[in-house]
Design a protein around this ligand. Sequence first.
Ligand SMILES: Nc1ncnc2c1ncn2[C@@H]1O[C@H](COP(=O)(O)OP(=O)(O)OP(=O)(O)O)[C@@H](O)[C@H]1O
Ligand SMILES: Nc1nc2c(c(=O)[nH]1)N=C(CO)CN2
Length: 156
Amino acid sequence: MNAFLGLGGNLGDRGFYLREAEERLARLGVEIVQASGIYVSKPWGGIAQPDFWNMVLRVRTSLEPLELLRVCQDIELGLGRERQIHWGPRTIDIDILICDNIVSAGPELILPHPYLEERAFVLAPLREIAPELILPSGRPLREVQGRGEVWPGDGA
Ligand SMILES: Nc1ncnc2c1ncn2[C@@H]1O[C@H](COP(=O)(O)OP(=O)(O)OP(=O)(O)O)[C@@H](O)[C@H]1O
Ligand SMILES: Nc1nc2c(c(=O)[nH]1)N=C(CO)CN2
């Protein structure tokens, strides 16, 4: 399965958590095919909190989508992610954005990610690594901006 993952965090050493999440994914059966640069973004969703660092990975894995979700959640927990406020601050969040052309609306996993087209902090790094991508809705990625302020960071 080919997939895109969205990573982000806004607590602690944000560069460390992004790098560490990438390394742990690779160790747990998720091959990193391509990684975007790191982007800095204003918090999306209306909660006052520190700026985020975000990036997107193109990955390949033999895991099923729900298995991939578990791996992502285990890494989040291992890196000190605590679920407190919905859309609130966190050390690391790993969202599954797209898995092949799988569409699912299960209780645990919604694919494609429901806010994919609304989040500039996801669309900007995705555009860097997949500029020709046609989004699951049929819209070309290059024409979709989403909402929110995002700019290329200077790396970790
Ligand atoms: N595509 C997906 N990727 C990751 N989690 C998902 C997805 N679809 C549904 N979920 C579910 O969302 C639940 C809440 O996830 P989480 O606490 O990371 O939300 P959030 O990061 O605050 O918000 P958001 O998912 O909008 O980024 C998870 O327990 C997971 O079961
Ligand atoms: N800029 C930005 N804003 C967010 C982010 C994020 O990763 N980046 N994640 C959220 C919860 O998933 C809520 N808001």
